[in-house]
Design a protein around this ligand. Structure first.
Ligand code: CTP
Length: 412
């Protein structure tokens, strides 16, 4: 069983989706986990501690100041005796309290006192989910290293539809497995013994000490791929441009700013069995970086001379010596997605291009949490349905492992 022997602390928040947390307890136990539950006061309006206790087979905890609870097992022990903490449903209120580090009830106290990895499964009304305050809290939690699964889009309890539905219990269990799998360096797995090199994020090309050329890449897809490759047993080097997403667990991260630094870091990380080039490298840099701030000086704007950056992917794919067995490129396109990806496959000399539509019609891929990708290789095109970037990463890593194994067995 995949979660065999792990101790999971499940914090149930107060939302209508709390009933699904009861199913989650069963799913986690099916996979071999020991589950202890903490219910917030709000949660107890939707589900009872008795139900959580019956399904988990353990006492359920509710109150920081309850003498019986604290005598049975104190909040610090609850926090320590967990290999991971799952918050489901994570309501807007609970996320806000977590993000600001409050400890005003048992749930938030335990969340503050634990050093175990935390996975939250947000669930709320779509308008609340989109609210700038919730976006801010989400970014803060991510920067603190909290993993997030969902929410999904779809019909809600209220007559409103959109992102805000709690991820399904099976999705939450999968995300937890991925989180724990990545933390505990895998010795087995389809990529065990392989070195995987991943580039991710944008690059920043300085114009002067205060300005730079950049793009909207968040690094979410590249980082998710690095995490998935580590979970599949690989030794992973992640060369990342400036991003705010947290470092994936179990991965060696090399931070760079510019395309030329990224190229040098990639060269230094070789040899690798697989190179995955998910970074949105700036194609151009300022031909000359001004040593001091460029001033307006009242006149006509001074033209900005640009120089072409090295193509890092093409450089690696076209190596005659020490080329990774598999080189995977990305193609971020706004028009003619497949045709452009095909052209890139040939021009750069990679084995596979993962193409995505980054136009507004593509649904906000850049910076967003979802991606719709098309796999383009010499054999043709395979289009995948829109999915979360973590899910795309896992599928892609599975595919890469299979391609690598096939190549080494000599099958095409
Ligand atoms: N890439 C790279 N180095 C560059 C530019 C791109 O390694 N200087 C890699 C990206 O990481 C990605 C792939 O090349 O895997 C395609 O990037 P993209 O920006 O879509 O392609 P470009 O070569 O920039 O082509 P164009 O701007 O004409 O679309």
């Amino acid at each position: 069983m995949t979660l065999d022997g792990t101790r999971i602390l499940l914090v149930i928040g107060g939302g209508i989706a709390a009933y699904k947390a009861l199913d989650l307890i069963r799913r986690l136990r099916e996979r071999g986990a020991r589950v202890r539950c903490v219910l917030t006061e709000g949660a107890q309006r939707f589900v009872t501690p008795l139900a959580a206790a019956a399904l988990s087979g353990e006492r359920a905890f509710t109150d920081l100041f309850d003498r019986e609870d604290e005598a049975a097992i104190g909040h610090i022990r609850l926090a320590r005796e967990a290999d991971a903490v799952v918050v489901a449903p994570a309501t807007a209120n609970l996320m806000a309290r977590m993000a600001s580090g409050q400890a005003d009830d048992l749930a938030t106290t335990v969340l503050l006192a634990t050093t175990a990895p935390i996975l939250i499964a947000p669930a709320m009304n779509p308008t609340m989910w989109r609210h700038p305050a919730t976006r801010r809290n989400l970014e803060t939690l991510r920067a603190d290293g909290v993993a997030v699964v969902g929410p999904n889009a779809g019909p809600m309890a209220e007559p409103e539809s959109g992102p805000g539905r709690l991820a399904e219990p099976l999705e939450i269990a999968d995300a937890l497995e991925a989180l724990l799998g990545a933390r505990i360096p895998a010795t087995a797995g389809p990529l065990a013994g392989r070195h995987v090199l991943v580039t991710s994020g944008p690059t920043h090309e300085p114009i002067d000490p205060v300005r730079y050329i950049a793009n909207r890449s968040s690094g979410k897809q590249g980082h998710a791929i690095a995490a998935a490759a580590a979970a599949a047993g690989a030794r992973v080097t992640l060369v990342s441009g400036p991003v705010t997403v947290p470092d994936p667990p179990g991965v060696a991260v090399v931070r760079v700013e510019t395309a030329r630094e990224m190229e040098a870091a990639v060269e230094a990380a070789l040899p690798a069995d697989v190179g995955i080039f998910a970074a949105a490298v700036a194609d151009w840099r300022a031909a000359e970086e001004a040593p001091s701030k460029r001033k307006k000086d009242g006149g006509a704007p001074a033209p900005l001379a640009l120089a072409l950056n090295p193509d890092i992917l093409a450089g690696v794919a076209q190596r005659t010596d020490g080329r990774p067995a598999l080189v995977v490129g990305f193609a971020a396109e706004t028009d003619d997605v497949i045709a452009n990806a095909r052209a890139k496959l040939a021009r750069k000399g990679c084995d596979l291009v993962v193409a995505n539509d980054v136009s507004a019609a593509g649904g906000g891929v850049m910076g967003g949490d979802h991606n719709t990708v098309h796999l383009v290789d010499a054999a043709g095109v395979e289009s995948w349905a829109r999915a979360g970037k973590d899910e795309v990463a896992r599928r892609l890593v599975d595919r890469i492992a299979a391609l690598l194994a096939a190549r080494q067995e000599g099958t095409p």
